[in-house]
Design a protein around this ligand. Structure first.
Ligand code: KG4
Ligand code: ZN
Length: 331
């Protein structure tokens, strides 16, 4: 079954063709990062307009890449939430239009569930239960996956998301947007022991807090402006990675997980990837770490999730709209 996936929830316009939920034939991403960089964050109205301009070309590129035409598609899935309302509407409308024109099913896809599904894209026979650390610009949560569509949120951030903390710290260090990749690169050249930043809520349940850490970096910069930026980056990253890894370990213990999974943009972080791989070895659990391009926003995960949801629940009615505040389905 050939499924076209469309992703327009934030600042990436993406389309992919995935066969039977696992075989990625094309995975195209047009990033809008350059359009938003000078504003230091995603500007919703600019994002919607850019999606509108890019979406048809990206879908066309995905079809060409897969060696297919619209006539070869058996279903189309589009992210319908959570995300920016105007941005989501572009992908949802494109998906429905294709479904209507071709007489094929449309599936509205939950973006958070799709990040979890990167695990199945990587390994269709992944061993449950999974302890998943989902860390992006908008979300930081620990999720127990006990069966294919059975999720339990074990903990989440009480303030900023991990990616948001990266972006805000990069901003106060004048490193540009998005902050994650820049800090990650700089951290590799710095000393993670240079500054001892706090490990917020470490050893205190499965929720997270990052806004205090961001403030600690600000105070440190004011107090000792002479500390090298690379050392600050490495020290900040060490604090974030310590907390994320500790809490993933605690979550895995709590549910006796067979497999550890990371997903979301921050899962592209080299420090986190190394630390979770080490946790896997230490705990005797398999660490499933998808390649960075399946961790950050992409449409392959949308197409794969659409395929599974279509088998389970059938098509989404065409009068269903975008749902900006959608949560993970936990019923
Ligand atoms: O999942 P994603 O692509 O979009 C959202 O759904 O939010 O995540 C984007 C976030 C941004 O905050 C970005 O700074 C962060 O992921 N990010 C990283 C890295 N690459 C992207 N954070 C840390 N290290 C990275 N290498
Ligand atoms: Zn995402």
């Amino acid at each position: 079954m050939n499924v076209l996936g469309i992703e327009t929830s934030c600042d990436e316009t993406a389309a992919a063709v995935v066969v039977d939920g696992r075989d990625i034939r094309a995975n195209v991403i047009a990033s809008q990062v350059d359009l938003h960089a000078r504003f230091g964050g995603v500007v919703p109205e600019i994002a919607s307009r850019a999606h509108l301009e890019l979406v048809n070309g990206v879908i066309g590129d995905a079809l060409v890449g897969a060696g297919m035409t619209f006539a070869d598609l058996d279903a189309v899935g589009a992210t319908h939430g959570p995300g920016l309302a105007g941005a989501l509407l572009v992908g949802v409308s494109a998906g429905k239009a294709i479904a209507l024109a071709r007489g094929i099913p449309y599936v509205g896809v939950n973006h958070l569930e799709a990040h979890l599904h990167a695990a199945w894209l990587q390994d269709p026979d992944v061993q449950l239960p999974l302890a998943v650390l989902l860390v992006s610009g908008g979300h930081t949560m620990l999720v127990a996956v006990t069966a294919e569509a059975e999720y339990r949120v074990l903990g989440q951030t009480v303030d900023d998301a991990a990616g948001e903390a990266y972006d805000k710290v990069a901003r106060l260090l004048d490193l540009g947007y998005p902050g994650g990749p820049v800090i990650d690169r700089l951290a590799a050249t710095g000393d993670p022991g240079a500054v001892r930043f706090p490990r917020p809520m470490r050893g205190d349940g499965l929720d997270f807090s990052f806004s205090g850490l961001k403030t600690a970096v600000l105070h440190q910069v004011r107090r000792a402006p002479e500390v090298a930026v690379a050392d600050l980056a490495a020290s900040f990253q060490a604090a974030v990675v310590d907390v994320l890894t500790d809490k993933l370990a605690a979550a895995a213990d709590a549910i006796d997980a067979r497999t550890l999974v990371i997903g979301g943009g921050v899962a592209a972080n080299s420090g986190l990837r190394a630390s979770v791989a080490a946790l896997g070895e230490r705990s005797g659990r398999r660490a499933l770490i998808p390649p960075p391009d399946l961790c950050t926003d992409n449409a392959a995960m949308i197409a794969a999730t659409a395929w599974r949801r279509l088998r389970r629940d059938g098509p989404t009615p065409l009068d269903d709209g975008a749902m900006p505040n959608l949560g993970l389905p936990t019923d």
